[in-house]
Design a protein around this ligand. Structure first.
Ligand code: FUL
Length: 699
């Protein structure tokens, strides 16, 4: 009995001593600039929405001038709960609202200006959109952020010190009256000209000094201590240096803050941050689900495809940045059906990609463990707990981890996270798999930071090795492996000027199946192997298919008119004749425009090279983000000799401004060698007759 008690005591003592010894292994010393608590919380949000909605929505502009009238702000079905419901279902964690954009119109009844919702017809001037959104966000468990444009093209005092007082009063209103704000967004744009209370002039300010940012930031810190501040220079979060939704693969959460200020000219640096940065200022990727930030009906057919959105996800969240996806709220005041459809597809795809983690709880060994302590063991990377991490000893800045999956496992995603509370350290890593009795490298990366996700073709193995190099002892909190379903990219169908149809897809494993009779292709349909002629037009339907899995893409479909090999531009009424070939080059992204200063009508004459028999013509207006030259009323003529002309059709391309897709005009079959399209007038506000592509519908 005595002995047992003695041994028990000894055992407890030993355990106590070893526990004490464990405790003695200190964590690595923090390295470099560190994230603040509020930044750590922000990192975990990853994906949230931007809502661009205010005066521009009703004037169909991207940047209002400041001379708009509150009476123009008149949503008919405004429903911030619809926004919140959709964002929540999309997996987003918050919504940042454009409380005031560059045109100065305020979505809340500010006490400091008349240029706000209080003078608008919406809710008879009794509305407060920021309050509505705050309540909707609360109901759906979302956070709310505020975009407040420093530049104000409406305010008479913009450019003077008094404006800064006004700006700060507004900031105080927004940060005092609507509950918790998680992010305050200060745009760097300062374009110069504006209405400015009727002055209608150009006002330049010094981006670095005018706003006295130091003291403006203090207001945010005082009123919303948990909010991160976004700008080119942070101090909480930085712009990523493009509006396309991607960070560089090498992406430091660090910035030499003194070199950067809102609106700085060389924004490209922000794509990678600064390895030798003095402050923790991680990147946020802001991008719109459509080409524009504001709603324009003419972009209804340009909502980003699922493939584009998925790429953005991996190029932002997968590269140590957050994903701020803009939803241009429409004139009704709700998220447009097409946008919400794409959001749901993206959510489903991301959910499927990360549905089953394959490395959780597996055996893992490290080439070095700090003090050989369990508190820093390799298994911390696979325990699903972001608060635990594997760390190496002081002086050990290159090390590896070997994961034993226990059985052959297939995966195509590698996810890794640093324990960033102690700083960002890793500069390079590789992922290798055990194959034919040797390690074979599958993929590699540079920085990690909060999160890095790599995509690669599926690989099957039972052992994985990760080699890392860092600027200080390595600290890794998470490693995950996934086998994401392959998302088949839809094929791109095009035809050359020579009339040859090409169907392309980037995936080398995928086969392309197509039909020419209008039916939907199946795996039995012909496989596309080389360009084929389609000089007399017709419909091409195509899908991509992975023969090994049977997965297939969405359908791509294009209806072609006559091939244009022999077509030439005979004359244009103004503008550059040589450039007019762009109208018949089969490339929707090139265009020709008549001289902008010339009055309408303007015209273009084509020589078809031979007499053709056709029953309609097609007109594709410009497809660029900044469009121009849309023909509204047209006259269409044909001729057999290019001299005497027969009027064939005249009319209006109705709704072309709102929906600038290919316009088709049908008429009784006609035979001719020459055609003439005349722009009787151009959509109001545009200049010059513009054409991306002209075509003819064969008989
Ligand atoms: C830019 C602004 O000028 C755009 O209008 C938009 O608000 C975008 C998010 O930031 O700098």
């Amino acid at each position: 009995m005595k002995n047992t008690a003695y041994f028990k005591g000894l055992l407890i003592l030993c355990l106590f001593v070893s526990a004490c010894q464990e405790k003695e292994v200190p964590p690595p010393t923090p390295f470099g600039p560190l994230p603040a608590e509020k930044q750590l919380a922000w990192h975990e949000l990853e994906y949230y929405a931007f809502a661009h909605f205010n005066m521009n929505t009703f004037t169909n502009m991207e940047w209002g001038l400041g001379s708009e009238k509150p009476a123009q702000f008149n949503p008919t079905q405004l429903d911030t709960r619809q926004w919140a419901r959709i964002c929540k279902a999309a997996g987003m964690k918050g919504i940042i609202i454009t409380a005031k954009h560059h045109d100065g119109f305020c979505l809340w009844p500010s006490a400091y200006t008349e240029h706000s919702v209080k003078n608008s017809p919406w809710k008879n001037g009794q509305g407060d959109l920021i309050k509505d959104l705050a309540e909707a966000c609360k109901e759906y468990g979302l956070k709310m952020g505020i975009y407040l444009s420093p530049w104000d093209r409406n305010h008479a005092l913009y450019g003077t010190p008094e404006y800064i007082t006004y700006f700060r009063q507004q900031l105080r209103e927004l940060l005092s009256n609507y509950g918790d704000i998680y992010e305050v967004w200060f745009d760097g744009a300062n374009g110069g000209d504006g209405y400015y209370g009727g002055a209608n002039e150009t006002r330049k300010i010094d981006n670095k000094t005018y706003y006295d940012w130091e003291n403006t930031i203090k207001i945010v810190e005082e009123l919303q201590p948990n909010a991160v501040i976004f700008s080119d220079a942070g101090p909480g979060v930085r712009w990523v240096g493009n509006e396309e939704g991607w960070a560089n693969e090498t992406n430091w959460s660090l910035l030499r803050k003194a070199d950067v200020y809102p609106g700085m000219p060389d924004g490209k640096q922000l794509r990678s941050g600064h390895e030798d940065g003095t402050h923790w200022i991680p990147a946020e990727c802001d991008v719109s689900i459509r080409p524009g930030w504001y709603y324009h009906p003419y972009e209804d057919h340009k909502v980003k495809s699922l493939n584009q959105l998925v790429d953005i996800y991996y190029h932002s969240i997968g590269r140590n940045a957050s994903f701020l996806l803009n939803l241009p709220i429409d004139t009704r005041g709700i998220i447009h059906e097409r946008d919400s459809q794409q959001l749901m597809k993206l959510a489903a795809t991301i959910q499927a990609d990360f549905a089953k983690e394959l490395a959780a709880g597996k055996k893992v060994a490290a080439s070095n463990v700090r003090g050989e302590a369990t508190s820093f063991s390799a298994s911390n990377t696979l325990d699903g707990d972001p608060a635990t991490y594997w760390a190496t000893a002081d002086g050990v800045q290159a090390a590896s981890l070997e994961i034993d999956l226990g059985e052959p496992t297939t995966f195509n995603r590698f996810l890794i996270q640093e324990y960033i509370r102690l700083g960002q350290r890793v500069t390079a890593f590789t992922v290798s798999v055990w194959k034919d009795n040797a390690w074979e490298q599958v993929t590699a990366g540079t920085t990690i930071g909060y999160k890095r996700i790599l995509r690669f073709p599926g690989i099957t193995t039972s052992k994985v090795k990760i080699d890392l190099e860092a600027k200080a002892p390595i600290t890794i909190s998470t490693i995950e492996l996934y086998d994401a379903p392959v998302l088949m990219e839809e094929p791109q169908i095009s035809r050359s000027k020579e009339g040859l149809v090409t169907i392309q897809v980037n995936d080398p494993k995928a086969s392309i199946h197509y039909t020419l009779d209008g039916s939907t292709p199946t795996k039995e349909s012909p496989v596309f192997s080389e360009a084929f002629p389609l000089a007399n037009g017709g419909i091409v339907n195509a899908i991509t298919l992975d023969p090994s899995t049977g997965r297939q893409s969405e359908l791509s479909s294009i209806t072609f008119g006559f091939g244009k090999e022999k077509w030439t531009v005979k004359s244009v009424s103004s503008g550059d004749l040589n450039k007019a070939a762009a109208c018949i080059d089969e490339d929707p992204n090139t265009w020709w425009q008549s001289a902008k200063e010339k009055a309408m009508p303007q015209e273009i004459v084509l020589d078809l090279g031979a007499i053709l028999s056709f029953k309609g013509f097609t007109y594709l207006p410009m497809q660029q983000r900044w469009v121009d030259g849309f023909i509204q009323f047209y006259d269409f003529y044909t001729s057999v000799d290019g001299k005497s002309w027969t009027p064939i059709a005249k009319g209006e391309f109705a709704n072309i401004y709102n929906n600038p897709i290919e316009q088709i005009v049908n008429f009784p079959v006609t035979k001719a060698q020459f055609i003439k399209l005349q722009a009787v007038n151009i959509v109001s506000g545009m200049q010059g007759m513009g054409i991306a592509e002209l075509g003819l519908v064969p008989e």
